[in-house]
Design a protein around this ligand. Structure first.
Ligand SMILES: [Zn+2]
Length: 95
């Protein structure tokens, strides 16, 4: 038996891949659409999004972030700061 949550996780992983591919192709609007769909699926199934997904998407505008393309990455005092073109920032601790 495959649970709904497993199916949801798989769909999120696929959408993540598609978002990355679209972003690499310069199709930011399509990438955003995939990011939003993945977020909705996570919400509906009460799943938390994978850390990697969180890391590469902008909370403010849903863009899929590609450092050097539409995002800048800096390290600062044990944190990684990712700045989206929209000005949104995400901060992570080093591991
Ligand atoms: Zn943004």
């Amino acid at each position: 038996m495959v649970s709904d949550q497993q199916i949801a996780r798989e769909r999120i992983a696929i959408l993540h891949e598609k978002a990355e591919q679209a972003a690499r192709d310069g199709e930011q609007d399509r990438a955003r659409e995939y990011v939003r769909r993945a977020r909705r699926i996570a919400e509906r199934n009460r799943l938390s999004l994978p850390a990697e997904f969180d890391r590469f998407t902008c909370d403010a505008c849903d863009a899929y972030l590609l450092p050097g393309r539409n995002a800048r990455v800096r390290t600062r005092g044990g944190h990684v700061v990712v700045t989206c073109d929209c000005g949104g920032q995400a901060r992570y601790r080093y591991r």
